[in-house]
Each structure stands twice: as structure tokens, then as C-alpha cells.
Design a protein around this ligand. Structure first.
Ligand code: HEM
Length: 586
């Protein structure tokens, strides 16, 4: 051996010895035996949070799971969740970026996939201060109410069509539209999709398909992810490579689309003397572009984050809540009675009613407890060596909190598998990260910035669905036939989409005749609401409270020009301007 090789070897050997020593002296959490190269991939079942919960039952609340040679630590108790998300929050605040996520986010230029650091802190500040401030959420409320009304109309049309009598509808189809429209209108200021499930336009369908696909990518690619040098051996991995290439194509398309929208908004903003007139996220971001030194890529990535994370999580939460209501008719009837009492027969529910609808709010909480949309949250990654539960977590390990298992832990929840919203009447448990028993939105630095928006969307959509309709199973179906299993993936969607029969409820709603309806559906529903809100519950000083149209409508109602009639806002649909696409005028 020549002297150079000897020299290199003398450097390498102590390094390898040191590495081996460190590895042997680490006290890693227990877990199933990992095979060389594959780790535990061979014995994982596809619904990971259930598999990890089973393993936790055997090995304890903190376990090691190996994806190839990458250590993943999963914690399944509220004490350990606190250690991860509070005591070691900053050290565990990086993200593990799957290859395709790295591609899609341009290596963490966004918020969702960014590692903790100056860029992340800036993005987070933009989100908290500029996008999700209570003022902006309130300013965007009319969009949410407009979309809820639109969904009610659409279901009403479907279920009153004689051809559909007694037939069930796929609830998710309506949820996808209402949530997609909500989020794209909030984020991009555009309505891409019409509610009837008719394709809005090509842009809209593409955007929808891409967003839906994107959030699926993580775990499905994860296996190939951690043993990249074995990819060539497995045909499935080639398929995944193709998928990755298609994600890169998707991202390029999204870039183009969002760029166009940004340009339109920038032109409009210039026309109005540099002041963004509207409240959409895209306007908000453009108006603080210089202040926060945001480049186009960052703005695009941030907007896409909102669409990708906001959509699937919210849809899944509402679908599960509806499934639980179907399985628990007592709860459904109690919620309907509450809505009848508070909202009454002649107007539609608005978000201002929430404070008077405690039971409905408890239903949202209970649904998010039993079915957190992201049961393992999103993977955190350690940026330094930390200790959790007395075990070592080396730098670069992924850490998951199994919030699904924690929310079903019989040591902290009474009858945890029972859907019983009353538990939150008995004890008001916070769901936005302050109580480590209930963590559907995570906690700490990386907690969901859209939590309040998510809660509002879920509660409002649910309220509208149960206020306007009665729900039943198709003839011959039993409650046990509702499949309460989950699909694999980041977001735990129902394995089989919920299908139920909707009938307009016997509760009367406000009718606005064609003849004096110069406005769109939002204004109509707002008028209906304003009618009563102007009498009671609107926050002081709010524009609707002072709205003279509300009073005018009330007068017309008394004079009989506007009449209450059973079920729904179908008359709104009659006179609705073309619900199609284009610039959002809200
Ligand atoms: C019921 C609805 C929702 C649920 C259950 C939910 C849940 C979550 C969870 C668990 C996380 C990860 C927390 C962590 O890693 O510690 C997260 C992150 C995030 N969510 Fe939500 N979310 C919802 C709705 C929304 C909405 C409507 C938006 C925006 C329009 C949104 C935007 C985000 C973003 C941008 C992140 C990344 C935050 C970061 O990495 O720092 N979410 N969400």
C-alpha cells in the first residue's frame, strides 16, 4: 500500500470506528426488527397510522421504524407529543422532503416543505400576519357563505330531480367542489369550477386534478425514497419515477397558471394606484412583496401550498363528520334541533351564528378527534441530536406524532371510540395545539396556519348540509354497511366514499322571487341573513348589521312580497347569474 493510501486509511478508520461507536452507544426507541437494507418496509401495512398504533401497543408509546436506512420515530402518547412539539419544538422543526415534494416545492421555497430557518420564519410571518389574520378571514367570509349557498342549491337540484328519487348521492363530489371553490377563490381570487360537477373550464379541472394528486405523493413514494440505489431492481419504482416526472410537469403547469393570475392581479393593482382592492391571498402577497422580499417562485409555492394542504384535509374532515352523523342519528337530530332553534326557518346559517351553536361546534371537534385528516401530521425532521422519552433521536431522523392514536387513547378519553360530541360540552378541550390530547392541526412552530379557516369551513359546510336536508341511507342499506375504513396516504380519506340520500328538510327557508333579484347568490343569502342579523346577533359595527337592505327585506317579508317556503334556496338558483368562471368580484 502506498503512503497516500495508508494516510487516507488512517483518517478513515478512526472516523468509521467513531461512527460505529456512536451507533452502538445510542439508545434508540424500541421497535420491530429491521431487515438490512429494507428496514421495516416489508412488514408495514398500507394504512400507516393504524400499523404504527398496533406496534405502539406492543413496543410502547415511542417506537423506531426504519424506512430503508432512515430512522423514523413515532410517538403515540400525549406526554411524548408535548416533548416533540413543545419542549423540542425548534430542534424537530425541519421537514423531510420526499423527492417529488422537493421537486414540487422547488426544494423548500414554500412554507410546507421548507426547513426551519430564516426563510421559513419569514414565510410563517407572512402567513400569520398577512394571510390568516382574523381581519382577512372576516373579509373573505362572504366567499365562504356564497359557496355554501351554492352547494345547497346544487344538492337541492340533484335530490329534487324526479329521476334521482330515492337514489343516494356521493357526498364527496359536492364537498370537493365547495372546498375547491372556496380555497381557490380565497387564494387566487378566481372561481374555476361550477357546482353541478360540470367541468368548469380546463384550467379548473387541471388545477383540481393536480392538487388532488399532489398531496397523495408522499407516502406512496416513501418506500423507494429511502433505498434509491435499489430503484432499478423494481418495476414499481420505475412507475414511481414516471410519476415524479409527471409531478415536475404538473408543477411547471401550475407555475404558468398562477403566474398568469398574478399578472392579472398586478395589472389591476397598478390600475388602482398600487392599492390591492380585494382581500384574496394573491393580492395580499403582491402588496407585501417588497416588504418581505418575496420572489415570484415563493409566492407561487405559497399559494399552491394553500390549495394542496387546505383542500384534502377539509374535505376529509367534513366527509367523516357526515359519516359519523349518519351512524349516530341521535346526534344528527340534536344538531338539527339546535340549528332550528338558533337559525330558524327563514334564513340561512352564517358564521356569526357559530357562537350560538355550541353543539355544532362540538360535532366538528369530535369529528376531528376521531378522524384527524392527517393522522400522523406531517413528518418533522430533527436538525440536531435530541432526546425524547429518554431515547436518542439522532440528527436527520424523521419524527411523527400519531395524533390518531392519541385521540383514541382510553387512558385519556372516556369511551374513546364512541362519537359523542357531548364530551366537549362537559370539558372544553382546545383543538388548535394547546392541549396535547387533541392535535388535529399539530402544535408549536409548524402547527397548521389555516386552522381557523379549516374549522370555519368544516363547521359551516356541515351546518348547511344538516340544516337544509334530511339524510338517510338508500333502501336496503344498514348503518353497518357504511365503510369506516381509511385509504392510505397523508390524508386519511374514507376508503369508500360516503353515499346517502338527501331530502330537502321540512324546515322552511327564505324565498326570494326572481323579479327583484338583481344580485348573485351571496347577496341573496346575505340579505336573508341580514334580515335577522340586523335585529340581533351581528357583531357591533359590522356592515351587515347596518345594512338597510336587511331592513328592507324584513319589511317585504312582512308585506308578503317575499315569502317563506319549504326547503332550500332553489329560487336563488333560478335567478343566479351564470355561476361560471372568471374573476371573483367579492
Ligand atoms: C380541517 C382542516 C385542516 C387540518 C386538519 C389541517 C391540519 C394540518 C396539520 C396536521 C399540519 C401539519 C402540522 C405539523 O407538521 O406539525 C398542517 C400544516 C399546514 N396547513 Fe393545515 N389543516 C387544515 C386546513 C388547512 C387550510 C384550510 C389551509 C390553508 C388554506 C392549511 C394550510 C396549511 C399549511 C400551509 C401548512 C404547513 C405549515 C408548516 O409547515 O409550517 N391547512 N395542517
Amino acid at each position: 500500500m502506498d503512503p497516500i493510501h495508508q494516510y487516507l486509511l488512517s483518517l478513515l478508520l478512526p472516523f468509521l470506528a467513531y461512527k460505529l461507536y456512536k451507533k452502538l452507544t445510542l439508545r434508540l426507541p424500541p421497535g420491530p426488527f429491521p431487515w438490512p437494507i429494507l428496514g421495516n418496509i416489508y412488514n408495514m401495512s398500507p394504512v400507516l397510522f393504524r400499523c404504527f398504533a398496533d406496534w405502539a401497543g406492543f413496543y410502547g408509546p415511542i417506537i423506531s421504524v426504519w424506512f430503508g436506512s432512515t430512522l423514523n420515530v413515532v410517538v403515540s402518547s400525549s406526554e411524548l407529543a408535548r416533548e416533540v412539539l413543545k419542549e423540542n419544538d425548534q430542534q424537530l422543526a425541519n421537514r423531510h422532503r420526499f423527492r417529488s415534494a422537493a421537486n414540487f416545492s422547488k426544494d423548500g421555497k414554500d412554507l410546507l416543505w421548507a426547513d426551519y430557518g430564516p426563510h421559513y420564519v419569514k414565510m410563517r410571518a407572512v402567513c400569520t400576519v398577512e394571510l390568516f389574520s382574523p381581519k382577512r378571514l372576516e373579509a373573505l367570509r362572504p366567499i365562504r357563505e356564497d359557496e355554501a349557498t351554492s352547494m345547497v342549491e346544487s344538492i337541492f337540484k340533484n335530490c329534487t330531480n324526479p329521476e334521482n328519487k330515492g337514489k343516494s348521492l356521493v357526498v364527496k363530489r359536492y364537498l370537493e367542489s365547495v372546498v375547491f371553490n372556496n380555497i381557490t377563490r380565497l387564494a387566487l381570487g378566481k372561481r374555476f369550477d361550477s357546482m353541478e360537477g360540470v367541468k368548469g373550464n380546463e384550467q379548473g379541472s387541471e388545477l383540481k386534478a393536480i392538487a388532488a394528486n399532489w398531496f397523495k405523493l408522499g407516502p406512496s413514494l416513501a418506500l423507494a425514497e429511502h433505498i434509491p440505489w435499489l430503484r432499478w431492481m423494481f418495476p414499481a419504482f420505475h412507475k414511481e419515477e414516471e410519476e415524479e416526472a409527471s409531478f415536475a410537469k404538473d408543477r411547471a403547469m401550475m407555475d404558468e397558471l398562477v403566474k398568469q393570475i398574478i399578472e392579472e392581479h398586478a395589472i389591476e393593482c397598478e390600475k388602482s394606484g398600487g392599492e390591492a382592492k380585494k382581500h384574496h391571498f394573491v393580492d395580499a402577497l403582491l402588496s407585501v412583496k417588497e416588504e418581505y422580499d418575496l420572489c415570484d417562485d415563493t409566492i407561487i409555492s405559497l399559494l399552491l401550498d394553500m390549495i394542496a394542504v387546505g383542500m384534502d384535509t377539509t374535505i376529509s374532515a367534513i366527509e367523516w363528520a357526515m359519516a359519523e352523523l349518519m351512524k349516530n342519528p341521535r346526534v344528527l337530530q340534536k344538531a338539527q334541533a339546535e340549528l332550528d332553534g338558533v337559525v330558524g326557518p327563514i334564513r340561512v346559517m352564517t358564521e356569526w351564528d357559530f357562537s350560538n351553536l355550541p353543539y355544532l361546534r362540538c360535532i366538528t371537534k369530535e369529528a376531528l378527534r376521531l378522524h384527524p385528516p392527517t393522522p400522523l401530521m406531517l413528518p418533522h425532521r430533527s436538525n440536531t441530536h435530541v432526546k425524547v422519552g429518554g431515547y436518542d433521536i439522532p440528527k436527520g431522523s424523521n419524527v411523527h406524532v400519531n395524533v390518531w392514536a392519541i385521540a383514541r387513547d382510553p387512558t385519556i378519553w372516556k369511551s374513546p371510540l364512541e362519537f359523542r360530541p357531548e364530551r366537549f360540552v362537559e370539558e372544553d378541550v382546545d383543538l388548535k395545539g394547546h392541549d396535547f390530547r387533541l392535535l388535529p392541526f399539530g402544535s408549536g412552530r409548524r402547527a397548521c396556519p389555516g386552522a381557523q379557516l379549516g374549522v370555519n369551513l368544516v363547521t359551516s359546510t356541515l351546518g348547511h348540509l344538516i340544516h337544509h336536508f334530511d339524510w338517510a341511507l338508500e333502501d336496503g342499506m344498514k348503518l353497518e354497511d357504511i365503510d369506516m375504513g381509511e385509504r392510505s396516504g397523508f390524508v386519511a380519506h374514507m376508503r369508500s366514499p360516503l353515499q346517502v340520500v338527501a331530502t330537502p328538510s321540512s324546515r322552511p327557508c327564505l324565498r326570494v322571487p326572481k323579479v327583484w333579484n338583481p344580485m348573485g347568490p351571496r347577496e341573496i343569502s346575505m340579505l336573508g341573513s341580514a334580515c335577522l342579523l340586523s335585529l340581533d346577533s351581528g357583531p357591533a359595527g359590522d356592515s351587515v348589521k347596518r345594512d338597510p337592505l336587511g331592513w328592507a327585506l324584513l319589511l317585504l317579508l312582512i308585506l308578503g312580497v317575499v315569502e317563506p317556503r319549504p326547503a332550500g334556496l332553489v329560487s336563488v338558483a333560478d335567478c343566479r347569474p351564470n355561476p361560471s368562471l372568471g374573476e371573483d368580484t367579492s
